[in-house]
Write a protein that binds this ligand. Structure first.
Ligand code: GLN
Length: 279
């Protein structure tokens, strides 16, 4: 069996088993075969008619089998790119989503290139938000917290070698008594318990996905406590669900000023935030 045939066979099986279009299964099949063969994706194109190394075939087959059960490709490969950076990803952490890049964009707009600036990433998971910020703003210092020790272990590996980020095991602000920040960021869990979407997310940690009956428990907690941990003029920005912009603005308005929401690339309100009035 040659490379093109192996890819076609896998893509066809994945298209039948999963609710995905032809383009997506093609991308996924190439990612899995490239990993099984330890080659780049360009190699697959250049070597479409080469026979697949018979020693790599069982490995590829096992990866495809895992994908057929619905397991995300990021867990099978053990990595995912976010904000142009490769991150290690395990089943202890949420799979990075492209829409979360909006949170990083909004953060970088607010952090000066020079000068001291303290950033907090609440519920860092694999570390994608805090680490992306720390890498793009070397003068800022980032504190990344998570309640899950196993998630934090993944974040620490992803942040290895970065001098301006520290990782703290903490249930939201619990371990940060008396600490203040210029910017607080979070991609918290925000899906309602029992929500139909959860059926498609069964491989990911519930701790990172669901938050109470309406999905807003974590967000309410964060908004309630944020004013005690923000410097005057500091921003709180967090990601939320596609239909939560309005309620998030209402909750934010009770505590902060300049409240607003921002849309992701699909035109969905995805991040909301507000600012602690100065003085
Ligand atoms: N964006 C994810 C999803 O709906 C959920 C992530 C989260 O709860 N923070 O698939």
């Amino acid at each position: 069996m040659n490379v093109a045939q192996a890819l076609k066979l896998a893509a066809d099986r994945m298209a039948r088993a999963l609710d995905l279009d032809a383009a997506s299964v093609g991308v996924e099949a190439r990612a899995l075969l490239a990993s099984a063969l330890s080659v780049g994706r360009a190699w697959l194109i250049a070597h479409a008619t080469d026979p697949v190394d018979p020693e790599a075939l069982p490995k590829f087959e096992a990866m495809v089998e895992r994908r057929l059960t619905g397991e995300p490709v990021a867990y099978i490969l053990g990595c995912r790119e976010f904000y142009g950076i490769g991150f290690k990803v395990t089943k202890e952490v949420l799979v990075p989503r492209p829409e979360t890049e909006l949170l990083v964009d909004l953060a970088l707009e607010r952090i000066p290139e020079q000068g001291a600036f303290r950033v907090l990433d609440l519920g860092t998971g694999s570390g994608i938000v805090g680490i992306s910020v720390a890498r793009h703003r070397q003068r800022a210092t980032v504190t990344a917290v998570d309640k899950s020790a196993s998630a934090l272990a993944v974040a620490k590996q992803n942040g290895e070698g970065l001098g301006n980020i520290r990782f703290v095991e903490s249930d939201w602000f619990a371990a940060l008594q008396g600490e203040k920040f210029d910017l607080i960021l979070s991609n918290p869990p925000y899906i309602a318990e029992g929500d139909a979407h959860l059926a498609n997310l069964k491989f990911e940690p519930a701790l990172a996905l669901t938050s109470g009956k309406d999905g807003l428990d974590a967000i309410r907690n964060i908004i309630e406590a944020a004013p005690h941990h923000l410097e005057p003029g500091g921003w709180l920005l967090f990601e939320h669900g596609y239909d939560q912009g309005e309620i998030c603005r209402e909750l934010l308005s009770e505590k902060l000023a300049e409240v607003g929401s921002w849309q992701d690339l699909s035109g969905i309100e995805r991040v909301s935030g507000g600012r602690l009035t100065a003085g």
